[in-house]
Design a binder for this molecule. Structure first.
Ligand SMILES: Nc1ncnc2c1ncn2[C@@H]1O[C@H](COP(=O)(O)OP(=O)(O)OP(=O)(O)O)[C@@H](O)[C@H]1O
Length: 269
């Protein structure tokens, strides 16, 4: 299957969907985000790469409203999200879907109810209708209706990711966040999940933001890639240009080399 940047789809619009300007966040004496500037276009798939502890998850949590930045601006469409009251924040949440790193399913609920959770709890949809949608979404990620009645604990890691993806798309969100979607999967299953992500995002016409260490995943999913280092975005570019970034940090990361400016800075700490 071709990468997302090769597919024959409508190119993403240049209208910004998400805009971060000068976002900072510290915990105690530790500055984690040092002025993040980043824009994601409507319908674009942006992949954020970067080493462990560079602030990827903290940035994502700031966009999701799970953490409040110390300073800076985060806009989603026309709304400045750092200043929303709780009611408007809740409305904004309806635009978001999320696939968590560990799929984060409730073992106490059958698969279908995990998928339908947001529809039942958030949208107050009748259970029968929500179940129908959940089964359709499970079909969209390649799972048959009999899986709907199982407990998540009965599923393999790959199937759990599919269920997490079905849940992320159940509400047909405008923006989907993927946190390390391929972690813990073998390379073939990782590729299957990457393909499903590309398909689901394309079908919905959604904007996607993915954080990952996995370059195979980044290459497959991304229209554009942004690299974060020490709490700043140090490079952004088209996925197809990642091997000619001209940036030694990106080059080191993409090629997984121990030697380079990133290691030198770790040594210096
Ligand atoms: N709630 C918190 N309280 C204190 N420190 C935190 C908190 N959340 C994150 N941090 C610190 O912020 C830094 C960045 O963490 P973050 O989880 O964003 O890294 P990351 O780039 O996502 O790494 P990884 O790829 O390993 O998941 C880390 O040093 C982490 O310990």
């Amino acid at each position: 299957m071709p990468s997302r940047s090769d597919t024959n789809r409508t190119p993403p619009s240049t209208t910004p969907k998400i805009t971060l300007k000068g976002v900072t966040k510290h915990f105690g004496p530790k500055k984690v985000l040092n002025g993040i500037d980043l824009q994601v276009g409507t319908g674009e798939s942006l992949v954020v790469i970067g080493g462990s502890g560079t602030g990827k998850s903290v940035m994502l949590k700031c966009i999701l409203g799970l953490l409040h930045p110390d300073s800076g601006s985060i806009r989603v469409d026309d709304a400045e999200t750092t200043k929303l009251n709780p009611r408007d924040r809740e409305k904004l949440q309806h635009k978001f879907g999320m696939l968590f790193q560990g799929a984060a399913l409730f073992d106490s609920l059958p698969v279908w109810e995990n998928v339908a959770f947001g529809l039942i709890q958030g949208e107050h949809m009748p259970r029968a209708q929500a179940k129908e949608i959940a089964i359709a979404k499970l079909g969209a990620v390649g799972l048959t209706p009999d899986v709907a009645e199982l407990s998540p604990s009965e599923l393999s890691g790959g199937m759990q990711k599919r269920v997490g993806l079905a849940r992320a798309i159940a509400d047909e969100p405008e923006i989907i966040f993927f946190d390390e979607p391929t972690t813990g999967l073998d390379p073939i299953m990782a590729d299957v999940i990457n393909e499903l992500i590309v398909e689901c995002v394309k079908d919905l016409g959604a904007t996607a933001v993915t954080i990952t260490h996995d370059m195979a995943s980044a290459r497959k999913i991304a229209d554009r890639v942004a690299m974060i280092h020490q709490g700043r975005i140090i490079w952004t570019g088209h996925a197809k240009d990642i091997d000619q970034s001209g940036n030694p940090y990106v080059d080191q990361f993409v090629n997984g080399r121990a030697d380079g400016p990133i290691k030198m800075q770790i040594r210096a700490l």
